[in-house]
Design a protein around this ligand. Structure first.
Ligand SMILES: [Fe+2]
Length: 406
């Protein structure tokens, strides 16, 4: 079409939508692979520096692939990834290894979301008979500011952040091997306090005060107490309030490990009457039966628990920082395993669930109740985190009530 003055109108080249769809799908599949790698790397005993570098660079790696593909092949023009049935440009333009990688990304882009949604709608294990929850916004209960000057403070103000709202859960779990005489055995399970200074001590004081209102037979803490040794002074006034007839038991986590020598933390807790579950496997007499309690801080610290010599009819309880020890627990015939570490993913999308979970199993055991015969596993979402961000994933304290039967 000629315009006055001799200027010739040339319509912009239309976007090739199939090509754009392919680019998006490839990007999704690529992101799935990068996040899967990150989750599994974080599950291992790596240095704080490497962990920081991996977290900081993985976004860039995710974005890099689509940017390069658009730069070289575009969404219009003749060099498209897929310009049409008669002009498949991929085999011609790209090296074979990259074609293979893009195909893997395409398959993952289809499969991964389906698996995620199916897992989310599948719900918890049948062993979870009931849950009652009390949500308390601690910020409304405690006067004065609850946020300090800890790291990543900026995350705390993200709209929708549930950082300060705590879910006090009571979960009734049925266990086929629980002795009839033990029916109603209660365990207060909490995890991942992460004393780091972003959330102030007054918040923890109130949380523990509410958690201790209902009596329980045993208290279990599954690691990641400190992120900064200067908050050791919080241990006595906060953990000192817990009491239970079968004792208060703990294991430490990777954030305690990364601080160096964990003995001062262990001493502070044992001086308060807490038992270090990793020290040795112990037997506790209870209502005519025997409860065996063991601890695991693998893969960061210590050996696997030694359960040799444990009576066959004893009920075996394992405290493990990470649920990744589940296969070892099954091999050791653990009846109930309590874990934390994954924080429920901290950010959970409707239907889709969490994306980040530092586990060799990815998000599979991010939080909740799982029956992996013969082991019943409870993974707490924990109370804190190095990053003060929780969306659709409130901090959690759980009172577990065990019922016999199956
Ligand atoms: Fe943690």
């Amino acid at each position: 079409m000629n315009r006055p003055g001799g200027w010739r109108y040339k319509p912009a080249m239309a976007i090739h939508w199939t090509n754009l769809g392919l680019l998006l799908a490839v990007t999704v599949g690529h992101a799935v692979l990068v996040v899967a790698f990150l989750n599994r790397a974080m599950a291992r005993p790596i240095s704080h520096r490497l962990s920081h570098v991996l977290k900081q660079t993985h976004d860039f790696v995710i974005v890099l692939l689509p940017v390069l593909l658009v730069a070289f092949y575009g969404v219009t023009g003749s060099k498209l990834l897929w310009a049409g049935a008669n002009t498949p440009s991929i085999p011609v333009a790209l090296p074979v290894w990259l074609v293979g990688y893009l195909l893997v990304c395409l398959v993952l882009a289809v499969i991964a979301p389906v698996v995620k949604v199916l897992r989310t709608i599948a719900g918890p294990a049948k062993a979870l008979r009931s849950t009652t929850s009390l949500v308390v916004d601690i910020a409304r209960e405690v006067p004065g500011p609850l946020l300090g000057e800890g790291p990543y403070r900026r995350f705390a103000n993200v709209p929708g952040n549930q950082l300060l709202q705590v879910e006090f859960n009571e979960k009734t779990l049925v266990h086929p091997r629980l002795p009839r005489e033990w029916d109603g055995l209660s365990i207060l399970h909490f995890s991942d306090c992460h004393y780091i200074g972003t959330v102030q001590r007054a918040w923890y004081d109130r949380v523990y005060e509410i958690a201790c209102r209902r009596p329980c037979d045993l208290v279990a803490f599954t690691g990641d107490l400190l992120d900064d040794l200067k908050f050791q002074e919080w241990i006595e006034p906060t953990f000192g309030r817990f009491k239970a007839p079968l004792g208060c038991w703990f294991v430490l986590g990777n954030h305690d490990w990364i601080l160096g020598d964990t003995q001062p933390i262990r001493r502070a807790l044992t001086n308060l009457g807490w038992f270090d579950a990793t020290e040795t496997t112990r037997q506790v007499a209870f209502r005519g039966g025997s409860l065996v309690i063991a601890g695991s801080e693998r893969p960061w610290m210590g050996p696997d628990p030694d359960l040799a010599g444990t009576p066959e009819n004893a009920f075996r309880l394992l405290l493990s920082h990470t649920p990744d020890q589940i296969q070892r627990a099954r091999a050791d015939q653990i009846d109930l395993m309590l874990a934390g570490h994954n924080h429920g993913g901290q950010v959970r999308f409707p239907l889709f669930g969490p994306v980040y979970s530092p586990s060799v199993y990815g998000c599979r055991y991010a939080s909740g109740v799982f029956w992996e015969a013969p082991t019943l596993l409870h993974v707490s979402r924990g109370l804190g985190g190095r990053h003060p961000l929780r969306i659709n994933c409130r901090p959690e304290v759980t009172r577990i009530v065990l019922r016999s039967g199956g």
